[in-house]
Design a protein around this ligand. Structure first.
Ligand code: G1P
Length: 300
């Protein structure tokens, strides 16, 4: 068996300018999808995949994230006094255990590769996962668990989750090209960050989940800038492709790009419709609201 994936890095230093003014005083990772902050979905996904140590790369104005993953004694005692055991259980479930979280800061917004590099001392010399909280995956088992499965079956290496996207959107993402398909995975042979449509090797985009070997930090040490003048993780992985294997995993599930307003709204609708406690009333509301705006809705 390859070395287990015990640690996950969550880059959460981004400014969230696309969601201003909502993100003026609140981190974008705390925006809620139904009733949970975005960051909670990815932490849950990591936990399900066996992660034991959650490393957050934060920035200024992000301390609420640290508070979110801490106990809130006043709140808990009030809920206890009021007999709200359901809410108490929910808070308990969401909380990582004592000593399972670490926080470090990316002091300057120099790119995703730089943010991951800021976690190098906390990760140390072992393989680790990276999860971008902008991307919410609805998958069972979760996307990272599916990647860990391929990692174990293929005896280690690096793993990137990919998904097909319409060609007119490839310029917004990292894109891979591959060969040697075996059921849900393949060997990554090309990578390019935010290519023009005509330069994209495929329409398979890097969807914000990675399993990386620690040698990636040696590549990031070079601090080379790429697309948008930023230090890109895609470029560091591309350089490492000469010496290490990269598996692409086309995971089974649906992704919502919550870094984009439409994707964020879609995630809210889709996840609300899956909640037994909300779905019946919400369907009724949608049935009224959508025709009021000239749309048609048929529940089939
Ligand atoms: C980052 C990565 C890109 C990936 C994307 C997924 O881009 O650099 O390769 O496809 O996340 O969300 P960003 O969203 O930071 O521009």
């Amino acid at each position: 068996m390859p070395r287990p994936i015990r640690k996950a890095v969550f880059p959460v230093a981004g400014l969230g300018t696309r969601f201003l003014p909502a993100t003026k005083a609140m981190p974008k990772e705390m925006l809620t999808v139904v009733d949970r902050p975005l960051i909670q979905y990815v932490v849950d996904e990591a936990r399900e995949a066996g992660i034991e140590h959650f490393i957050f790369v934060t920035g200024r104005n992000k301390s609420v994230i640290e508070d979110h993953f801490d106990k809130q004694y006043e709140l808990e005692s009030t809920l206890r006094k009021r007999g709200k055991s359901l809410e108490l259980d929910l808070l308990e479930q969401d909380l990582p255990g004592a000593g399972e979280t670490s926080f470090t800061r990316q002091q300057e917004p120099l790119g995703l590769g730089h943010a991951i590099w800021c976690a190098r001392h906390l990760v140390g010399e072992e393989p680790f996962a990276v999860l971008l909280p902008d991307m919410i995956m609805k998958a069972s088992p979760g996307c990272l668990a599916q990647m860990v499965d391929v990692y174990n079956r293929r005896d280690g290496g690096n793993v990137i989750a990919v998904e097909e996207t319409p060609w007119e959107q490839v310029h917004r993402y990292g894109v891979v090209g591959g060969a040697d398909w075996q059921d849900n995975h393949f060997t990554v042979t090309q990578m390019v960050e935010k290519p023009k449509r005509e330069h994209a090797p495929s329409n398979l985009i890097i969807s914000g989940r990675y399993i990386l070997q620690p040698e990636i930090f040696r590549e990031l040490d070079r601090q080379e800038t790429g697309a948008g003048g930023e230090i890109q993780i895609t470029d560091a992985m591309k350089r490492m492709m000469w010496s290490q294997h990269f598996h692409g995993v086309k995971y089974d599930g649906v992704t919502y790009d919550c870094g984009d307003k439409v994707g964020f709204l879609a995630a809210n609708i889709a996840l609300a419709l899956e909640r037994e406690d909300i779905a019946p009333a919400f369907r009724e509301v949608l049935g009224k609201v959508i025709p009021q705006h000239g749309g048609k809705l048929s529940w089939g």
